[in-house]
Design a protein around this ligand. Structure first.
Ligand SMILES: *Cc1c(COP(=O)(O)O)cnc(C)c1O
Length: 358
């Protein structure tokens, strides 16, 4: 039996994709081997790699003047790759809206004069600060944001305008969940394990004219240009993860692309937030305008009930609802692959739990 996994990541994958993987596991396309066992220099793998890129370009409408690579190391490695690749004046401006943007800022400071230009720490990251072009240093190499804050359950209501300064964004927990205008960004990066596929592969989308700005100390493996030149095959790639990601992209294209996903995601999130807002038992303290479509933190009246909620929900197959240790309470991560039915079942459980424990 399949449970509903509300984990913040790794998270659910579409059943249709898992079944496809299962059917091809022992013998991929007549090769007599699985993708895990296959040379990354073989024709079948080159086709997987090429389709992954083509599908992602189509889904996100990535223009020709952007490069797309699939690399290892997770989003966390990009926290360092960003300052190492975009190094002209050794200055960058960071917006800190939660744990991951804070980590990105902390890593970057090793490589230059990095400044936190705005933060929502004053209200425990329950909102996104207003950003004005004038807040950024005109000679900054880039401005860094995290678009969806996985732990605190916030997201930007719109893409900030940074003028001529390249905007770099961590889209790990929202990529492919809502429309995005890639042209507003210099760089978008995302680990796969939330909305894309298995952990192990990380997407990096880079505007081509930003290459050639590396810090001389940038390790070859962290240099985007290295992987761009070799179409993500500079060294042994995370082939199986990229293959599953390619199938997820194919699945999304077949089902209406990002626009269709966004509609379903808005519906799922609306149901859950409406229920929480209409209840006097559950609370979500994020400013409404900035509520995440993907990660919904909430609490009951006290910590004991929170713990009881998590364990009783698990008995009904509603898994991993425990909130992050920085926030406590619960968090329902409702990424692309969480079916509407999973949210309906969660709300039904929440109703019954409230009644029994009021
Ligand atoms: C999960 C997550 C990360 C960390 O990703 P890793 O792949 O584990 O390094 C970074 N940023 C955001 C927004 C995340 O949700």
């Amino acid at each position: 039996m399949r449970n509903y996994n509300f984990s913040a990541g790794p998270s659910m994958l579409p059943l249709e994709v898992l079944e496809k993987v299962q059917s091809e596991l022992l013998d991929y396309a007549g090769t007599g081997m699985s993708v895990m066992e296959m040379s990354h220099r073989s024709k079948p793998y080159e086709a997987i790699n090429a389709e992954a890129e083509a599908n992602l370009r189509e889904l996100m409408r990535i223009p020709e003047n952007y490069d797309v690579i699939f690399v290892q190391g997770g989003a966390s490695t990009q926290f360092e790759a960003v300052p190492l690749n975009l190094c002209v004046n050794k200055k960058a401006d960071y917006v800190v809206t939660g744990n991951f943007s804070g980590k990105a800022y902390k890593e970057s400071k090793k490589y230059g004069d990095m400044v936190e230009v705005a933060s929502s720490a004053d209200k425990n990251f329950t909102y996104i600060p207003r950003l004005e072009k004038s807040m950024f240093r005109s000679d900054a190499d880039y401005v860094h944001i995290c678009y969806n804050n996985t732990i605190f359950g916030t997201r930007y209501a719109e893409t900030p305008d940074t003028g001529d300064i390249p905007l770099v964004a961590d889209w790990s927990s929202c990529i492919l969940s809502q429309e995005v205008d890639v042209t507003k960004y210099g760089v978008i990066y995302a680990g796969a394990q939330k909305n894309v596929g298995p952990a192990g592969v990380t997407i990096v989308i880079v505007r081509h004219d930003l290459l050639g700005r590396e810090n001389p100390l940038c390790p070859t493996m962290l240099k985007w240009a290295t992987q761009i030149k070799e179409h993500s095959l500079y060294n042994t790639p995370p082939a199986f993860s990229t293959y599953v990601a390619m199938l997820v992209f194919r699945h999304l294209l077949k089902n209406g692309g990002i626009a269709a996903m966004q509609t379903v995601n808005e519906h799922k999130a609306q149901m859950l937030y409406d229920f929480i807002d209409n209840s006097s038992f559950y609370t979500n303290s994020v400013v409404k305008e900035f509520r995440s479509l993907m990660n919904v933190p909430f609490v009951t009246p006290n910590a004991e009930l929170d713990a009881q909620f998590v364990s009783e929900a698990a008995k009904e197959g509603l898994l991993s609802l425990k909130g992050h240790r920085l926030v406590g309470g619960m968090r329902a991560s409702i990424y692309n692959a969480m079916p509407v039915d999973g949210v309906v079942k969660l709300i039904d459980f929440m109703k019954r739990f409230e009644k029994a424990n009021q």
